[in-house]
Design a protein around this ligand. Structure first.
Ligand code: HEM
Length: 447
């Protein structure tokens, strides 16, 4: 009985906290929005992680789930928009594959000029065939045996050679994942071309809300070049076999054993998909995490200590927490396959109509006070399950184990430096050059 009263009290208290937090968020948005508008930077402000976080705080308090007839996402067919912001509903949407389907298939097929890639597939044989084969080719213990030692060495050499001034995007955060595709995937190609292909194709698949025709044309050109490169590479590797422990050789070994999905075309399409997933994502996540740490002197100082002490677990917790505040992808898209209810039997129950795109607010879910303790505090003691950094459910990131090792490996040698700081002026801020992906980010440290 006492427990019931305690629960009623704590629930009421939590609701009051959530509502107060929403009013504070509104005040913050008005004040900082006005300042940004006067300085001419309202667009940057509106898309900033800080503004998005406050908008989600207001939604969670007053309209946790809502739908609009308006089509906001033009890249994939849909009949309107739904936004889901409470953690429990976000996870529910990402778990209900039959009600909420992945949308990417149409653009994936344009990139392969034919078949879908497994991120664009619903549950079924094709998905099981491709993910099973690719998981045999890219084994989890490769991360500690092959990927991590190489990334650690590359990152450390690059930071050492920088002399205390470094534009981390071209020099480090794109370089190390590209090097991984060259040495571990066996499919790095020409460095600049591969970085450009994968970055623009990622943008086209996941970030092109307005369906920009110029980007479409560029994506078709780059996809053709990437396909030609991969077709040539597979042909060449078959003609001139190597004994490298890389994903391409593993795929060819699976082909020799008649493994389903591992035809030349199957290998090419799977390689194309994982290449697009690998380079721009790791680079952007590194930049966003570092940007957030540089904004937080206390966290930067403890991350520096952890890097110096070789406390890799603590260092990684700083990075995941930084990415909670400054996320790589604040939402994940799905589309309702039929009228589907979210938040059933609660005050936030809504029916999402067949055909509506659902923005599942993964960034919001990580700040939901009903499930995440002291969500607005930067803490390094959260269980990893609190984070939704690279997806959730069936389509959770194929590269999860790689990300968990490589992102800290890239940032560690930088964070270990004395007096790590932004370069002066605009150079010390992330520059996307008009794209959703960092192109430059200059930092300095004492040598
Ligand atoms: C920080 C780095 C990364 C981030 C933030 C990230 C993010 C994500 C997210 C959010 C999803 C789920 C998409 C959805 O459900 O709609 C996903 C899936 C996927 N990612 Fe990553 N990713 C990263 C790195 C990588 C790497 C290194 C690879 C390749 C080795 C990769 C390959 C994939 C693939 C193939 C899927 C589809 C998985 C499936 O459908 O089962 N990603 N990623």
């Amino acid at each position: 009985m006492v427990a019931v009263f305690t629960n009623v009290f704590t629930t009421a208290f939590r609701i009051i906290q959530v509502v107060l937090e929403a009013f504070l968020a509104l005040g913050w948005l008005i004040l900082n929005g006005a300042k940004a508008a006067m300085g001419g930077g309202i667009a940057t402000f509106a898309t900033s992680a800080g503004a998005q976080r406050r908008v989600f705080a207001i939604l969670r308090a007053f309209v946790p789930n809502f739908t609009l007839n308006k089509v906001l996402m033009k890249a994939y067919d849909n009949t309107g928009t739904a936004v889901v912001s409470r953690r429990v509903d976000v996870l529910d949407v990402l778990n209900r594959n039959d009600d909420f389907e992945v949308v990417y298939g149409t653009r994936m097929r344009k990139l392969t000029e034919g078949e879908n890639f497994f991120l664009g597939m619903q549950p079924g044989w094709d998905y099981t065939r491709d993910t099973s084969a690719m998981r045999l080719a890219a084994r989890m213990d490769d991360v500690s045996n092959i990927v991590l030692p190489r990334a650690t060495e590359r990152a450390s050499d690059i930071v050492k050679a920088s002399g205390g001034k470094i534009d981390i995007v071209p020099a480090l955060t794109l370089e190390v994942p590209w090097d991984m595709t060259a040495t571990y995937f066996g499919a790095g190609g020409e460095r600049n071309a591969m970085q450009e292909w994968t970055t623009d194709l990622f943008w086209y698949l996941f970030e092109d809300l307005p369906a920009d025709p110029e980007l479409d044309a560029k994506a078709m050109k780059y996809a053709g070049e990437l396909r030609d490169y991969l077709d040539g590479l597979i042909k060449d590797r078959k003609a001139n076999p190597t004994d490298a422990e890389d994903i391409l050789n593993r795929c060819l070994a699976l082909q020799s054993a008649d493994t389903p999905g591992m035809s030349d075309l199957g290998i090419r399409n799977n390689m194309l998909g994982i290449l697009i997933g690998a380079i721009p994502t790791i680079s952007k996540a590194c930049c966003l995490a570092l940007d957030e740490l540089l904004n937080r002197p206390d966290a930067l100082a403890t991350a520096h200590k952890a890097a110096l002490a070789g406390d890799d677990a603590l260092l990684a917790m700083h990075i995941w927490e930084a990415l909670r505040f400054n996320p790589h992808n604040p939402v994940i898209y799905r589309r309702a396959t039929r009228d589907a209810i979210v938040g059933r039997s609660t005050l936030r129950q809504r029916t999402i109509k067949k055909g509506q795109i659902v923005f599942a607010g993964t960034a919001s879910a990580q700040f939901d006070r009903y499930d995440i303790p002291t969500p607005n505090q930067f803490r390094t003691d959260r269980p990893f399950e609190d984070y939704i950094i690279w997806g959730y459910g069936m389509h959770n990131c194929f590269g999860a184990a790689i990300n968990a090792a490589v992102i800290p490996a890239i940032l560690k040698p930088l964070l270990a430096q004395k007096n790590l700081r932004r370069a002066a002026g605009a150079a010390g801020q992330i520059d996307g050059g008009g794209t959703p992906h960092p192109q430059h980010f200059h930092v300095e440290f004492d040598t």
